[in-house]
Design a protein around this ligand. Structure first.
Ligand code: 4AD
Ligand code: MG
Length: 462
């Protein structure tokens, strides 16, 4: 059986066929009954038209039970459509209800529902136009990620999800344990992690970077793409507690190589979306963010601006009245700062480099000034940071000193330090937040609407 995407694409007029899907709308007129059928294979519906004067009682009986949301099979003959906006329609002769959706209890009716409401019915929201489109674009973007790296000779490495080390050193990790905490509290006993599943304290990983670096020092170009977890208490439209991240790492590569890769990568992903998801992007352009397609197209053909953190701070200080949080050299850039730089100063993506070491992770290569590190963040309009990365500190003594200065547990990083003792080489990489990319490509405002089942502060339903 063909899906609706193939039926609409092949337009085999005069063929008889059966289509299966879910009813989007049903409309009764004096002479005809119109059923819009969608099966998720594409944005468009197959319009099925029944002749009200000739259908028999059996078909009518079935049609009476076909409400919005019902699953069904409809058969008929494909004909050229007299209606605008669709090349073909089905001259339907039979209908079979597969699964009903009673009109008084099915929450998705024809009217538009708010995104907030749809978040409460995350199990049904993929049946809406918006979430169907998000799901198809997300699928294409995941495929494009692999395609980009595979075309360039990168090896895909599976890094662990459970870990004993904190990659970002920020202490924002979810603990993983099989200890019976309740029983221990009741017994008034101190927690003994030697008795825990792994024999020590362990966590869900915030990033696969440290692990992927080990493979980088053997296979050169590598990447990881998997779920990562952060117990940040940030209730915002750009933070999730569980998100997907793509992290490439290249040996014998310095910061400019890293910046070039990040730029190529983003442009490739936007181009892929434009080429493969035209119908869905068209919808986002009309309903979610006006001018989206043109924006994506112009970024695809653009060259990203570069700016040091120090220059960025100068720009921000000149406009300090625009900000709630007053910028100063040494401060971490807030979302409002990042957006101002990309939206107002550059009017497009900008790569900011050489941040103060105090606000960046321990593994970033220290510059000769002793104050800044070879970090790079890619900032884009509406979102702010979409990529964070750096050249890595590959000098053993400097890295060890950084770990000690920050009061991190030196022993826990023994294997990471070993990479700097044996065959160390300059290397660089970055992390792209997959849901931030999804917001950029679709124009969706809230990160909770570009992942099927969002996990955020006080939210782990479904
Ligand atoms: O800047 P971050 O923290 O960098 C790292 O994790 C490095 N280990 C990456 C590397 O160099 N291999 O995170 C990278 C990206 C951010 O730029 C952002 O897009 C996304 O991950 N991100 C989040 N996305 C959603 N929710 C969150 N809570 C996120 N935190 C980071
Ligand atoms: Mg970052």
């Amino acid at each position: 059986m063909q899906d609706i995407k193939a039926i609409l694409r092949e337009k085999a007029v005069d063929s008889t066929l059966t289509a299966k899907g879910w009813v989007r709308t049903k409309r009764d007129t004096k002479n005809a009954i119109f059923v819009e059928l969608n099966d998720g294979s594409c944005f468009g519906n197959l319009q099925c038209v029944f002749d009200a004067n000739t259908i028999g009682d059996t078909v009518r009986g079935q049609l009476d039970r076909l409400n919005t949301g019902a699953a069904c099979a409809i058969s008929g003959r494909l004909v050229a459509s007299p209606a605008a906006g669709q090349p073909v329609e089905l001259q339907a002769t039979s209908a079979e209800v597969i699964g009903e959706a009673p009109v008084d209890s099915y929450p998705l009716q024809k009217k538009a529902h708010s995104l907030e409401f749809l978040r409460e019915i995350a199990h049904l929201r993929p049946r809406t136009n918006t979430f169907g489109a998000v799901a198809r674009v997300r699928n294409q973007m995941a495929f494009a990620v692999h395609s980009f790296f595979q075309e360039r000779g990168f090896n895909y490495v599976h890094t662990p999800i459970i870990t004993a080390s904190d990659c970002e050193g920020a202490g924002e990790m979810f603990q993983v344990t099989t200890l019976d905490m309740d029983a221990m509290v009741k017994a008034g006993k101190p927690v003994d992690y030697a008795k825990d599943f792994f024999g020590k304290k362990s966590f869900l990983s915030v990033s696969g970077q440290l692990n992927v670096e080990t493979y980088c020092m053997a296979l050169n170009k590598v990447y990881t793409f998997g779920p990562t977890f952060r117990a940040e208490n940030s209730n915002t439209t750009r933070h999730l507690a569980e998100f997907w991240m793509i992290e490439p790492e290249m040996a014998f590569a310095e910061l400019p190589d890293n910046m070039a890769l990040a730029e190529d990568f983003i442009k490739y992903l936007l181009g892929w979306a434009l080429d493969k998801c035209a119908e869905d992007l068209d919808f986002f352009d009309k309903r979610i963010q006006k001018g989206l397609v043109q924006m994506l197209d112009s970024v695809r053909g653009s060259t990203f601006a570069h700016m040091t953190y120090t220059d960025a701070i100068k720009q921000l200080e000149q406009n300090k009245d625009s900000f709630e949080f007053k910028p100063f050299w040494g401060c971490d850039l807030q979302t409002e700062h990042e957006r101002f730089l990309s939206e107002t100063v550059i009017k497009g993506p900008v790569i900011v480099t050489d941040y103060p070491k105090e606000i960046k992770a321990f593994y970033m290569r220290l510059n000769d000034d002793g104050k800044t590190v070879r970090a790079m963040d890619v900032l884009v309009p509406k979102i702010g940071e979409i990529i964070g990365g750096s050249e890595r500190e590959y000098r053993h003594d400097v890295l060890l000193q950084r770990i000690r200065d920050l009061g991190l547990d030196e022993a826990a990083y023994w294997w990471y330090l070993d990479l700097r003792r044996f065959g160390s080489a300059p290397h660089s990489g970055f992390g792209l937040g997959f849901e931030r990319l999804m917001r950029y490509v679709t124009g969706m405002e809230n990160i909770r609407d570009v992942i099927p089942f969002p996990r955020a502060v006080k939210q782990a339903d479904f």
